[in-house]
Design a protein around this ligand. Sequence first.
Ligand SMILES: NC(=O)c1ccc[n+]([C@@H]2O[C@H](COP(=O)([O-])OP(=O)(O)OC[C@H]3O[C@@H](n4cnc5c(N)ncnc54)[C@H](OP(=O)(O)O)[C@@H]3O)[C@@H](O)[C@H]2O)c1
Length: 253
Amino acid sequence: MVDFSLKGKYALITGASRGIGEAIAMALGQYGAHCILVSRKMEGLEAVAAKMKEKGYEATPMVCHMGYVDKIAELFVEVKKRFGKIDILVNNAAANPYFGDMLGADEGVWDKTNAVNLKGPFFMIQNAAKLMIETKTKGAIVNVASIAGIRPAEFQGIYSTTKAALIHLTKSYAKELAAHGIRVNALAPGLTETKFAGALFQNEDIYKMATAAIPMHRHASPEEMAGTVLYLVSDASSFTTGETVVCDGGMVI
Ligand SMILES: NC(=O)c1ccc[n+]([C@@H]2O[C@H](COP(=O)([O-])OP(=O)(O)OC[C@H]3O[C@@H](n4cnc5c(N)ncnc54)[C@H](OP(=O)(O)O)[C@@H]3O)[C@@H](O)[C@H]2O)c1
């Protein structure tokens, strides 16, 4: 029987206070997971946790900045103390502080983008996998990359580079952790309506240009990303690891 149930599982989702992360948390909560909602600001997390609880789902908000390795270590000390284990990790939070050509980029934007999009997920997986191995948990990890990691997006060279590296990090960890029964996969979203992609939605000409390049001629809602993550973290995908699933309306075919 195909099994999408997440009952009794603890799922930590970063960037869960809005957008794609919120939609992922809702979907995993709907299928029975206790969701640990993580981002920098408690206010947004509490609002999502309240919405989830209204629907009868389980959620706990916890603050952590993905750019700081010591904060990530503290997060996992707290997770272990409160829940004892973790079954699912979704590295969804990301930063894109610079829009422009790479020749004009300074060290600050390089460091910030790499810290949140690559260093953070690396150490999140390291901490999560150590806890999974210690507790003999056959876990599932999903990294939210981007189609920019497959085909570089214009004026987003640094962001695109971190997402390409995240896809490779997914494969590297998948190989290393398979022996422990831990699977690591990635989702590569295309244009999705969130605050992150806000600039594209505010200008009609840019929006028309962006959607003209998508064979389905439209953008996605955050909820359209959540089903793929549900598949990748559930036993329905039990023989899949190291894979990147593209959800982009056909753009990078
Ligand atoms: N939207 C798109 O078109 C699109 C396309 C391709 C890929 N993606 C990817 O999808 C993922 C989610 O993006 P989104 O569009 O849903 O963005 P969003 O709506 O802006 O949400 C970003 C989330 O990340 C959190 N966050 C930001 N910086 C953080 C940090 N340093 N540490 C911890 N949490 C942090 C934010 O909460 P706080 O402010 O509270 O920290 C928020 O919850 C990202 O990985 C993005 O690269 C998006």
